[in-house]
Write a protein of this length. Structure first.
Length: 254
């Protein structure tokens, strides 16, 4: 069988992890890379042994050899929406990194566009595939802890340790923070809200308090919600300046 030709759009930090999924993959290969930064596009092409490098996303989408795209660009300025809609028009199967986009209206436009075509479409949300969380869901569904009435999540960020992220990856996130979409409650929060939904189901109502500290942190924050059934959830966010994130992030071993 011929391998699926994939075009990766956005060759930044998270692309490192996506590429690992294509190494020695019998079904698919990275055929092309597109990054607005020409240097990044060319270096990723060499690193991934891709066939083509583009700096304009429409040029990649016009490439008839490409079957599917991975959209790994920043999510600010409606970028995920713009590229998903263009990819759907080009009839490419689509995987877009979380968060899908930045408003419900935008998400509806994206879904309308992909539903018009007969395409595979997914939002890459990794927490719901994390084995301990998958196991927790299995146990809850099997009744191992009875009927849960409450889910609590605690999130603590630190100022050092963890994964090294380039200043360019932080730059657009800083702009996002100024629009009210913080790195803790919105960007990282996506994983927590997905987990909350994955474990106990659909949510009916949400409210919360989000404070702002050290000019860039959407912490401390407390978000509470009610599920459609009689269950409740709460998540509190804290930042600990002096505590390093202990985990050593080693690619492919994480
Ligand atoms: N699932 C996760 O755990 C996880 C982790 C990190 C990031 N993400 C998500 O992945 C996305 C990318 O994050 P990142 O940290 O890799 O960002 P990044 O800034 O490191 O990389 C983004 C890349 O996209 C390129 N780019 C920007 N506009 C473009 C365009 N119009 N066309 C083509 N390329 C363009 C930039 O030049 C850059 O190289 C974000 O939506 C982020 O929320 C998810």
């Amino acid at each position: 069988m011929q391998k699926i030709n994939v075009g990766i759009i956005g060759g930044g930090r998270i692309a490192d992890l996506h590429y690992l999924g294509y190494q020695n993959n019998p079904d698919a290969r990275v055929y092309a890379i597109c990054d607005v930064n020409k240097e990044v596009a060319n270096s990723r092409k060499t690193e991934w042994q891709a066939i083509k490098a583009y700096t304009n996303c429409q040029d990649l989408l016009d490439d008839k050899e490409i079957d599917a795209v991975e959209i790994l660009t920043p999510h600010n300025q409606n970028l995920h929406e713009t590229i998903v809609i263009a990819a759907a028009k080009a009839k490419k199967h689509i995987a877009v990194q979380k968060p899908m986009t930045t408003s419900l209206a935008s998400a509806d436009r994206m879904l309308a566009s992909v539903n018009k075509e007969n395409l595979v479409y997914k939002v890459t949300e990794n927490y719901v595939f994390y084995p301990p969380i998958v196991k927790a869901r299995e146990l809850i569904k099997a009744g191992a802890i009875g009927e849960p009435s409450n889910l609590r999540i605690k999130f603590v960020s630190g100022s050092s340790g963890g994964w090294t992220v380039a200043s360019s990856s932080w730059a657009w996130r800083m702009e996002e923070i100024l629009t009210g979409r913080g790195t803790a409650t919105f960007d990282h929060g996506h994983h927590l809200w997905s987990t909350a939904w994955f474990l106990l189901g659909a949510v009916e109502k949400v409210t919360g308090w989000i404070d702002f500290s050290q000019d860039v942190l959407d912490c401390p924050a407390m978000i509470i919600w009610k599920y459609k059934t009689s269950k409740y959830g709460a998540c509190d966010f804290a930042h600990s300046t002096f505590i390093a994130v202990q985990e050593t992030f080693i690619l492919a071993q994480h």
